[in-house]
Design a binder for this molecule. Structure first.
Ligand SMILES: C[S@@+](CC[C@H](N)C(=O)[O-])C[C@H]1O[C@@H](n2cnc3c(N)ncnc32)[C@H](O)[C@@H]1O
Length: 351
């Protein structure tokens, strides 16, 4: 039973997600767009929920063209979802690990100016779907979060094209079961997974995150499917304790250390993957509060001559001099959008 699927992710890492879909043999990638990747799966199964760079995965239910700016256009969308083959769609969803739903909820977003609201769009889809499924429809109009266990539909509208998807899992994929403890500034897990994939660890590699916070990057590295040694350190003892709790059972070695003075032998690390403080939510502390440039020198020192670092940075231009002076060269810059911020994933190598 073939199906078309849509995986959503952070703006800027779509091509990394597409590569993960190919590498996992999940299907043929048909389209890479703004925050989404469409792929066709000959025999979809539970492995689609194993995607680590995806925020979420949906069955692509309907693509409706001609939805303009007028409220009346929404009736076309209503008609399209009324014609959906719901039984086969739900059967594929269950094969992929989706649990039976108890109500219908819809989350919609659109680009451009329209004479209707996102709630009108949601109701145009949610009400007929609930009727056809014999379920209650939970509207988001009142600002009340939908109850757990619903069938979650997603509608995105760009230009005059509406795309309707049905989420497979009960919870969004970016909500990781391992994250028992979080803090402000903790990294979005699919982005951490994408950074680890960019670093491309091979078997036997040593990977270090010297600003590990609650451990997201090292823990995502533990799921990359390679036998690597993973080290996570942070100057904040509370963060290290949280990382150890989140990463229990992974074999990651956690320690408290200042990234400006790492207790790591020279040339002992193959890969550094990290998001240092942005000063917005989390300030620099320790040696780096006084001498932020020491980070680059420490990274250069601990990396092997063939080493590579994948860094999530803001103000990249301002940091380039320090990076270059430390003996590192920038190989790749990838702008991303993350909750209104626009950092870059920067790949540097030893000169
Ligand atoms: C943006 S957060 C990292 C978040 C992390 N990726 C996560 O998912 O939780 C930056 C981290 O750098 C740490 N930090 C600040 N100054 C440091 C220093 N001098 N050495 C090591 N870690 C430092 C902070 O304690 C914080 O946990």
């Amino acid at each position: 039973m073939a199906a078309r699927l849509m995986a959503r992710t952070v703006r800027g890492v779509e091509s990394i997600l597409a590569e993960e879909i190919r590498q996992r043999g999940l299907g043929h990638v048909e389209h890479i767009g703004h925050r989404e990747v469409w792929f066709r799966c000959a025999d979809p199964g539970r492995n689609v929920l194993e995607l680590r760079c995806a925020d979420d995965v949906f069955l692509l239910a309907s693509i409706v063209d001609g939805i303009g700016r007028c409220r009346a256009d929404l009736s076309m969308l209503t008609k399209a979802v009324q014609a959906l083959p719901l039984e086969p769609l739900l059967a594929i969803r269950e094969r992929c690990g989706g649990l039976p739903g108890s109500c219908v909820e819809v989350s919609a977003s659109f680009l451009g100016k329209r004479n209707y609201t996102r709630y009108d769009l949601e109701d145009a889809v949610g009400k007929p779907l609930a009727r056809a499924l014999g379920m209650r429809y939970h509207s988001r109009r009142g600002g009340v979060a939908p109850p757990a266990g619903g069938l979650a539909w997603r509608v995105t509208l760009a230009d005059d094209r509406a795309v309707v998807g049905l989420r497979i899992a009960e919870r969004p994929l970016h909500r990781r079961a391992y994250r028992r403890i979080s803090t402000p500034g903790a990294l979005h897990p699919p982005l951490a997974a994408a950074m680890v994939r960019l670093a491309a660890p091979s078997d036997g590699a040593v990977l270090l995150d010297p600003c590990c916070g609650v451990g997201t990057i090292p823990i995502e590295a533990a799921y990359v499917g390679r036998t690597i040694s993973i080290l996570g350190s942070d100057v904040n003892p509370t963060a290290v304790a949280a990382a150890a709790t989140n990463g229990v059972g992974t074999g990651i070695r956690w320690s408290m250390a200042d990234a400006g003075r790492l207790p790591v032998a020279t040339g002992a690390v193959d890969l550094v993957v990290t998001n240092p403080p942005w000063d917005r939510q989390v300030p620099w502390s320790g040696v780096l509060a006084r001498h932020p440039g020491r980070l680059w020198r420490e990274l250069r020192r601990v990396l092997r001559p063939t080493g590579r670092a994948v860094l999530l940075l803001t103000d990249v231009e301002a940091r380039l001099v320090g990076i270059t002076e430390a003996g590192l060269v920038v190989r790749d810059r990838r702008p991303i959008s993350l909750f209104g911020a626009h950092p870059e994933i920067v790949t540097v190598e030893v000169i």
